[in-house]
Write a protein of this length. Structure first.
Lengths: 116, 105
C-alpha cells in the first residue's frame, strides 16, 4: 500500500511559537493531501484540503492565517501552526490520495503537538 | 444533517460475536466509501473499500445501500484484536464555480 510519512511524530513547544509539520507521500504522487485534527476520544476533523500548486481549501471555522498550508510538490505538504496556544494541542494527521486513484486516503502516522 | 453519521458506541461484545456498524451519508452523488480502523493513538488504517454493492474480506463484510444512503460493516467471530475504533469515510465531492458557455447562432 501507499506510504505516507509525517515529521515530527511529536513536538512540545512554548506558547507563541510556530510549529511546522511535514507530510510526505513516499512511494507515490499525491495531487491532494488532507490535514486533520483529532482531539482525545473524538473523530478526525478535517481542517483543510491541500492541492499541489494551488491554495488550500479550509473548512469552516479553521483560520487559514493560523494554520498555514503549503503543498509545494506532489510528494510534500506542510502545515504550520502559527503562534501556537495550549488549545492547539492535538493530534494532527495528514492523508493523501493517489493521483488517478479511487479516493482511498492513506494516512500518515500523525503528529502529537503539545503546547505549554 | 451531518455529511456522515455514525453511532459512536461503544459496542461491547463477547469474543465470537457478530457485530454490525452502520454509517449514513447525505451526499447521494458519492461513489466511493471506505471503512478504516483506528487503534488508540495511532493513525487510521484502511480496512475495506466499497464501490458497488459490497465487499467481503474474511470475517469482514461491507455493504452499501444507495437507496437508503448507508454503508455497513459486519464483523463475524469477533476477536480481541478487533477492538478498535472503526471509521467510515465518504470522500467529499468538491464543485468548481462553473464555467458559463454561450453558444451563439
Amino acid at each position: 500500500g501507499a506510504v505516507v510519512s509525517q515529521h515530527p511524530s511529536w513536538v512540545i513547544c512554548k506558547s507563541g511559537t510556530s510549529v511546522k509539520i511535514e507530510c510526505r507521500s513516499l512511494d507515490f504522487q499525491a495531487t491532494t493531501m488532507f490535514w486533520y485534527r483529532q482531539f482525545p476520544k473524538q473523530s478526525l476533523m478535517l481542517m483543510a484540503t491541500s492541492n499541489e500548486g494551488s491554495k488550500a481549501t479550509y473548512e469552516q471555522g479553521v483560520e487559514k492565517d493560523k494554520f498555514l498550508i503549503n503543498h509545494a510538490s506532489l510528494t510534500l505538504s506542510t502545515l504550520t501552526v502559527t503562534s501556537a496556544h495550549p488549545e492547539d494541542s492535538s493530534f494532527y494527521i495528514c492523508s493523501a490520495t493517489l493521483a488517478g486513484g479511487r479516493n482511498e486516503q492513506f494516512f500518515g502516522p500523525g503528529t502529537r503537538l503539545t503546547v505549554l | 444533517r451531518k455529511e456522515v453519521e455514525q453511532d459512536p458506541g461503544p459496542f461491547n461484545v463477547p469474543e465470537g460475536a457478530t457485530v454490525a456498524f452502520n454509517c449514513t451519508y447525505s451526499n447521494s452523488a458519492s461513489q466511493s466509501f471506505f471503512w478504516y480502523r483506528q487503534d488508540c493513538r495511532k493513525e487510521p488504517k484502511l480496512l475495506m473499500s466499497v464501490y458497488s454493492s459490497g465487499n467481503e474480506d474474511g470475517r469482514f463484510t461491507a455493504q452499501l445501500n444507495r437507496a437508503s444512503q448507508y454503508i455497513s460493516l459486519l464483523i463475524r467471530d469477533s476477536k480481541l484484536s478487533d477492538s478498535a475504533t472503526y471509521l467510515c469515510v465518504v470522500p467529499r465531492i468538491y464543485f468548481g464555480s462553473g464555467t458559463k458557455l454561450n453558444v451563439k447562432p
